[in-house]
Write a protein that binds this ligand. Structure first.
Ligand code: COA
Length: 190
């Protein structure tokens, strides 16, 4: 698959940019927070080395075109979260979306802003037809964010994740390029 070459997306309050090796401390703070990771698909990080491994995976994703992860950065340089398009199925023009925002920044609509920019990029230059999300059924804020971005709830998959000794279902959401155009009135350019 073609690799992702570095670029940035600008939103009203943030720059979305490629992750790099200097982000290890910020990513560790994000992914070691048990509250933020409550509904995540893996357990909170315990060791700094997990941040380095994660960055290595992220760089590999850019290189082999399997995942596009962008850091959400405020004007003062603070990294407050990440948004990711992954599990690309190029033939069918679809992928999944994932996101993580640092707890001190919850409730300020940063994630809605970042995801809207990433989705527009997906339906534009990446030529996606469909974006999917898989969330924990108890993650109310995540579901509300997806619905606010015009995703439709499409189904429930039972007992799909084992995390920290707990098994959980997945709520599946989907967003079509045509839904996005109809809702926003904007046709993203390829
Ligand atoms: C999920 C996440 C991105 C949400 O961001 P946030 O800034 O906390 O979201 P908000 O506070 O804007 O809440 C989103 C919406 O849900 C609503 N909401 C939040 N908690 C709620 C609750 N317990 N009950 C009902 N509504 C709730 C908010 O009122 C808001 O509604 P609105 O869009 O109509 O204003 C953020 O909490 C996060 O990164 N969590 C950790 C990682 C994660 O769970 N990622 C998703 C995995 S798929």
């Amino acid at each position: 698959m073609p690799s992702f070459e570095p670029f940035q997306l600008q939103t009203a309050r943030m720059t979305l940019r490629f992750v790099d090796s200097g982000d290890a401390d910020a990513l560790f703070r994000l992914f070691s927070d048990p509250v933020a990771l409550r509904y995540w698909s893996s357990a909170p990080w315990l060791h700094a080395a997990q941040a380095a491994d994660n960055i290595e995976q992220t760089l590999k994703g850019y290189q082999d075109g399997s995942a596009l992860r962008l850091a959400m950065v405020l004007p003062d340089g603070e990294l407050i979260g990440t948004v990711t398009l992954y599990a690309f199925d190029r033939r069918n023009h679809r992928c999944e979306i994932g996101y993580m925002l640092a707890q001190p920044h919850w409730g300020k609509r940063y994630m809605q802003e970042a995801l809207a920019a990433l989705i527009a990029h997906g339906f534009g230059p990446l030529e996606l037809h469909r974006i999917e999300a898989d969330i924990h059924p108890d993650n109310i804020a995540s579901g509300r964010i997806l619905e606010g971005l015009h995703f439709q709830r499409e189904g429930l998959l039972r007992e799909r994740w084992f995390v920290g000794g707990e098994i959980s279902d997945s709520l599946i959401y989907g967003l079509l390029r045509s839904d996005w155009i109809a809702a926003t009135g904007i046709t993203p350019e390829h």
